[in-house]
Design a protein. Structure first.
Length: 44
């Protein structure tokens, strides 16, 4: 039983890291989009 709980904890940890990475990438996408729009406004 302890092995099962330990295994589940490891799986959740890996999934959590993947979700955090995905969230970081999406946040960077949003930041890039905002910066690009700001640059286009300044250039116009």
């Amino acid at each position: 039983m302890t092995f099962l709980i330990h295994g589940l904890a490891e799986i959740l940890q890996v999934v959590g890291k993947a979700l955090l990475l995905l969230a970081d990438v999406e946040l960077l996408d949003v930041v890039d989009e905002l910066l690009l729009q700001a640059v286009l406004v300044v250039v116009d």
